[in-house]
Design a protein around this ligand. Structure first.
Ligand code: CP
Length: 312
């Protein structure tokens, strides 16, 4: 399987075999004797038009751990974007300066795809508006498999702002490639999973034994799930502040709600968390979100090494 030079824009672009291959290559990076020189003389452009803690930092550390370097920007307000330079031209310029790979986060759906068309260098989508966040999904899948030992036949509940949450869109797209998964989409009606994705689930149910339901309350389903994937309300993507505050108060997972869960159930969250997971959950054996985020470093190192041709 060849990943060298490849764009990673959407989970739709990856087959199940390709996803499994990327995850299977993680130990090769973890145990590589020359890890710190695998990407020597390679430079990654970090084009971050939206804030980030985990994605930005883990890509940065990953590149440095492989012996590479980074450039670019984390605040578009200090670039010529403020002089109305287009996304296309901004990407073209970075591509022209000889970066080996471009990692882009942008507030607009489709921005990463535009970047991939503008650049000769491979482009990784680090989140495009409410659309997709494929590298988050790769680390989510790695974490799910690490805790459950498999990706087929799992019951996964996704909770929160399912209309604006790019991580749940990417994760759903990915899980539809596996067999016999049961998906439970828990959200207020106004923040439900986009219809196009629900329709896709319905089509997959005939092919791969996928089942799914849309639901409103965590308590009605928590005993049945292997993975409880919590997400925050995406305040920055909701127009009405008062409504957003109301949505924020609907879901709050507390340790007292975990009495009847499956022994190996794990709570995941792409982070940042706001109010949707109480701190007392952190001390339970079900909390996995901080380890999940740490796994992002290894998975992103692996992806960079594959795309830059340092490993095959
Ligand atoms: N999960 C995630 O994308 O976090 P950041 O926004 O902090 O990068």
């Amino acid at each position: 399987m060849i990943f060298k030079g490849r764009d990673i824009i959407s989970m739709n672009d990856l087959s199940r075999d390709e996803i499994d291959y990327i995850l299977a290559r993680v130990p090769a990076i973890q145990n590589h004797p020359d890890k710190s020189s695998l990407c020597r003389n390679k430079v990654s452009a970090m084009l971050f038009f939206e804030p980030s803690t985990r994605t930005r930092t883990s890509f940065e550390v990953a590149m440095r751990n492989l012996g590479g370097e980074i450039g670019g920007f984390y605040d578009a307000n200090i670039t010529s974007t403020v002089k109305d330079e287009s996304l296309w031209d901004t990407v073209k310029m970075h591509d022209g300066y000889g970066f080996d790979i471009i990692v882009i986060r942008h507030h607009l759906k489709g921005a990463a795809r535009v970047a991939a068309e503008a650049a000769d260098a491979p482009v990784i989508n680090a989140g495009d508006g409410p659309n997709q966040h494929p590298t988050q999904t790769l680390l989510d899948l790695y974490s799910i498999r690490e805790t459950q030992g498999r990706l087929d036949g799992l019951c996964v509940a996704m909770v929160g702002d399912l209309v604006n949450g790019r991580t749940v869109h990417s994760l759903t797209e990915a899980l539809l490639k596996y067999q016999d998964c049961r998906l439970i989409f828990i959200s207020p009606r106004d923040l439900a999973m986009p219809r196009a994705l629900v329709d896709k689930c319905a089509r997959a149910s005939q092919k791969r034994g996928i089942s799914f339901i849309e639901a409103r309350r965590i308590e009605d389903h928590i005993a049945d799930v292997d993975i409880l994937y919590m997400t925050r309300i995406q305040m920055e993507r909701l127009q009405e502040r008062a409504l957003a505050e109301k949505f924020r108060s609907i879901y709050r997972l507390e340790a007292g709600m975990l009495n009847k869960v499956r022994p190996n159930m794990k709570i995941m969250h792409p982070l940042p968390r706001v109010t949707e997971i109480a701190q007392d959950v952190d001390e339970t054996p079900y909390a996995y979100y901080f380890q999940q985020a740490r796994n992002g470093l290894l998975v992103r190192e692996t992806l960079l090494a594959l795309i830059l041709g340092a490993i095959t």
